[in-house]
Design a binder for this molecule. Structure first.
Ligand code: HEC
Ligand code: HEC
Length: 340
């Protein structure tokens, strides 16, 4: 997310994007970073981007990108109020007959129902209506293909949905040269998160929570390991309250977890912690919860249903990873890589 955020920031600074971002959202934080602080942006990124992720490739999408949703929901005549209430209605009851995106339903299955507060959806919809939404790099071509097939209806509000070219360039630059250790660590963490998330959400959607628990049990470790090999780094997810005892944080990691908990509790944007030796870099970054996570890490018989909890208990008799709420520190990325 952070990388995307920098990418957007750079685009804005270079002025290569007809941005309609409103001045009043731009504030300076104490470390001098510029932040876009419409509350809906953050809410959308934490709650919706697990599935509506603009940086997933077209094959790896598990839901349409948010910019596509926007196009189908907003026409020239749509008012903000009606858009907000349509979003709220959809979230309360996602169903095939109520869908404005039958093609997406066919490809991905109906969006899983997850309870979000009305106010959260209002903020997200307000943000989407007024702002440019990041679009995946393949999206423009996809639109052209649709047009070619005579399906290019549903003209959106157009607000900058076709621009953001600078952003695309930045997103695709995957060589390591010129990245700071902090950026490199974030890249490893976000890529691993995307890999785990894609597989997890896909399984949840297609087969339900219980199957997804079993999937995590078998796959979380090997997936993380294979990303370690890809990046030639040691990538771990560790926690103070682990589900899998193998993921218990060591004493140094526990200290960093406490630090991140303070930051997150105070609603500040966490910054990675870096430690260096002569030859190695140790990178730490928090893993926070959204409402999706509570289906497996929430309170039993509340968000965590009893069937799923039974499976969890059977696989992890020593499980400590329950009782979480949204926006809490579930654990951290602990990543070690060589200096070059
Ligand atoms: C677990 C994955 C997942 C999450 C999380 C998720 N969505 Fe979706 N969403 C989907 C899928 C899959 C579709 C496409 C199928 C469909 O339209 O039902 C979709 C479609 C939609 C649509 C179009 C509905 C239609 O068919 O008319 C809207 C609007 C939407 N999502 C809003 C949101 C918002 C807002 C959030 C965050 C608060 C969110 N979604 C979070 C999976 C998800
Ligand atoms: C379908 C159930 C399920 C969902 C949803 C889920 N998890 Fe987990 N999670 C698990 C299981 C099972 C493990 C143990 C994996 C293993 O054996 O390595 C786990 C492990 C973890 C770990 C590693 C530390 C530990 O406790 O062993 C972290 C961190 C974590 N989950 C965070 C999250 C976050 C953040 C979300 C939401 C974005 C989430 N999980 C959603 C089932 C789930």
């Amino acid at each position: 997310m952070k990388i995307l955020f920098f990418a957007i920031l750079i685009t804005v600074l270079l002025g290569s994007c007809n941005t309609t971002k409103k001045k009043e959202y731009a504030v300076k934080t104490d470390n001098g970073e510029q932040m876009l602080t419409h509350p809906g942006k953050k809410l959308m990124e934490t709650n919706c981007y697990v599935c509506h992720n603009p940086s997933a490739s077209q094959e790896n999408m598990i839901a349409p990108p948010m910019v596509a949703v926007k196009r189908h929901y907003i026409s020239e005549k749509t008012t903000k109020e009606s858009f907000i209430s349509e979003m709220q209605n959809w979230i309360k009851n996602p169903n095939e007959t109520g869908s404005k995106m039958p093609g997406a339903v066919k490809r991905f299955g109906v969006m899983p129902k997850t309870p979000y507060p009305d106010e959260t959806i209002k903020q997200i919809a307000d943000y989407i209506f007024d702002n440019d939404i990041e679009q995946p790099e393949w999206f423009e071509q996809h639109l052209n293909e649709e047009k070619g097939m005579g399906m290019g209806k549903g003209k959106g509000k157009g607000k900058g949905m076709m621009n953001g070219k600078g952003m695309q360039k930045k997103q695709t630059s995957i060589n390591n040269q010129g990245l700071s250790y902090e950026e490199l660590g974030l890249k490893y963490a976000l890529a691993t998160k995307a890999e785990l998330g894609k597989n997890l959400m896909g399984t949840m959607q297609k087969k339900g929570t219980v199957a997804a628990v079993e999937f995590c049990n078998i796959k979380a470790y090997p997936l993380t390991d294979s990303m370690s090999v890809t990046f030639n780094a040691n990538i771990k997810r560790v926690s103070d309250k682990p589900r899998n005892p193998e993921n218990q944080a060591n004493s140094k990691e526990l200290k960093h977890i406490e630090t991140f908990k303070e930051v997150v509790k105070n609603n500040r944007e966490p910054k990675p912690i870096l430690e260096e030796t002569n030859s190695k870099v140790m990178f730490y970054y928090p893993i926070t919860t959204n409402s999706m996570c509570l289906q497996c890490h929430g309170t039993p018989n509340k968000e965590l249903d009893s069937e799923a909890y039974k499976t969890i208990k059977a696989l992890y008799p020593k499980d400590m990873a329950i009782g979480y709420n949204v926006n809490q520190v579930r654990g951290i990325w602990s990543i070690t890589f060589n200096k070059e």
